[in-house]
Design a protein around this ligand. Structure first.
Ligand SMILES: NC(=O)c1ccc[n+]([C@@H]2O[C@H](COP(=O)([O-])OP(=O)(O)OC[C@H]3O[C@@H](n4cnc5c(N)ncnc54)[C@H](OP(=O)(O)O)[C@@H]3O)[C@@H](O)[C@H]2O)c1
Length: 409
């Protein structure tokens, strides 16, 4: 039982707090800290009501490494779980180095003023974490996170070589609002409006956002959705760590309604991240937009339907072509009943708890900065089944894999 510090009291932070509280044999004293103390207190009250456990709360500015380091020392935390925003990643890694604490997150660093996300900034901490004898685990959400572990597990148990990887993220849920994002609107919109990049024959190729799409039918009656190819951060680490990959792509479903709203917002300049002068005050349009959009952590009550996220993987086993699809299906209403959150926060928060568990109680506590696919996947995969995200896999023919035919329409 070890003390932990969770930073960030949004949709994901709430799920992490609930799920850690449900595993008392691993997670000792839990402190939830964020910019707005009242949000931490509201989550702590819900955790108490659902699990009977008392968790401590605190206010912290995660952009201030010294202040966060002081809180780590005060709480005695052995692991900091960063579920604030990607802008805070480097300051929180610095805080962990200052206060001798392991680090974990679910999204890679992004500078506030450039819509660019890549691992280079965090990989540059390798030597510092090694020398300090500390662990930093990067990207322990669903995607990145579970999708990386699915790939590592497929390589360990089903392939000698992986040649193609297609990660397909479908949210078949409906929140009943005209327009809302599944997680932090600012981060979400920066991600989906970025140029698309995919890996092909040893290099990343760039194409315009949303320019390639196709229909995808999910298994188990989740439905048929249009999926769009886009860039996602796990492609960068996966092609580095699995060098036999000839092609790697990421696909996400969007409804026509979401795309229509996004197009209008882009056309009128509301997704800009550079400051504009309004009545003598500088405001960033995308940050203002976030302030008027629904808060993703409030969508749980109204969201119905299921998510289906998985990987189509092809390669070679014993000299023969092989293809599989490995996936999880998660029900929004079931998540809300369990922890009071919709499935997007749930599918991120549960793997964050499981990654933290491997560091505290498993064999993932190794000095240095690690992407999740670099670790043995088996214990994490077993924990997914045990803690609310059961997975399944099916063998595909090469033709089925080529067309992503994993179920009949
Ligand atoms: N890997 C995955 O599968 C996946 C999926 C979804 C999301 N994510 C990541 O998960 C993280 C959390 O997402 P979310 O939807 O929960 O976001 P959110 O609802 O916006 O929550 C973010 C929290 O961080 C706090 N925060 C922001 N800046 C801070 C600062 N300087 N100091 C202290 N606290 C600060 C916010 O405080 P306030 O409440 O005061 O604003 C808020 O409580 C993001 O990094 C997102 O990219 C990963």
């Amino acid at each position: 039982m070890k003390p932990i510090l969770i930073i960030g009291a949004g949709g994901v932070g709430s799920v992490v707090a609930h799920k850690c509280a449900m595993v008392p044999e691993v997670f000792g004293e839990i402190t939830l800290a964020s910019r707005t103390l009242s949000k931490c207190d509201a989550i702590a009250a819900d955790v108490k009501m659902r699990t009977g456990r008392t968790i401590a709360t605190a206010m912290v500015d995660a952009d201030n490494a010294e202040e966060t380091a002081a809180l780590i020392r005060k709480t005695g935390a052995k692991l900091l779980i960063n579920v604030a925003l990607p802008y805070q990643d480097l300051n929180l890694m610095d805080a962990c180095l200052l206060a001798d604490c392991d680090y974990m997150d679910t999204a890679n660093y992004e500078p506030l003023d450039v819509a660019k996300f890549e691992y280079s900034w965090q990989w540059a901490y390798q030597e510092k974490f090694q020398q300090a004898g500390l662990t930093a685990l990067l990207g322990s959400g669903f995607d990145p996170g579970v999708t990386n572990v699915f790939t590592a597990w497929a390589l360990k148990h089903h392939f000698d070589e992986i040649h193609t990887l297609d990660i397909i993220d479908v949210n078949g849920g409906d929140h009943g609002r005209a327009f809302a994002t599944n997680f932090n609107p600012e981060i979400n919109i920066r991600e989906v409006t970025a140029e698309c990049r995919h890996w092909e024959d040893g290099t990343f190729l760039e194409t315009p956002p949303m320019s390639k799409h196709q229909a995808f039918t999910c298994p188990d009656g989740v439905g048929t959705y249009e999926i769009y190819r886009m860039y996602h951060e796990e492609l960068e680490s996966l092609v580095k760590h699995i060098p036999t990959l000839k092609r790697a792509q990421f696909w996400m479903s969007f409804s026509p309604n979401y795309l229509k709203h996004l197009e209008v917002l882009q056309n009128v300049g509301m997704t800009r991240i550079d400051p504009v002068l309004y009545h003598g005050i500088e405001i960033v349009p995308l940050q203002f937009l976030k302030a008027v959009l629904p808060n993703p952590s409030d969508l749980g009550q109204s969201t119905k339907g299921r998510t289906c996220i998985g990987n189509v993987i092809t390669g070679l086993k014993d000299g023969k072509a092989k293809a599989i699809y490995i996936y999880n299906i998660c029900d929004h209403e079931a998540c809300f009943a369990e922890v009071g959150s919709q499935a997007i926060s749930y599918t991120t928060g549960v793997p964050a708890m499981i990654g933290a568990k491997q560091i505290l109680a498993g064999d993932w506590r190794k000095s240095g900065v690690w992407n999740i696919e670099q670790h043995d996947p088996d214990a994490f995969m077993a924990d997914l089944n045990q803690h609310g995200l059961p997975w399944q896999f099916i063998e595909l023919t090469p033709e089925q894999a080529l067309g992503f035919h994993v179920a009949s329409a």
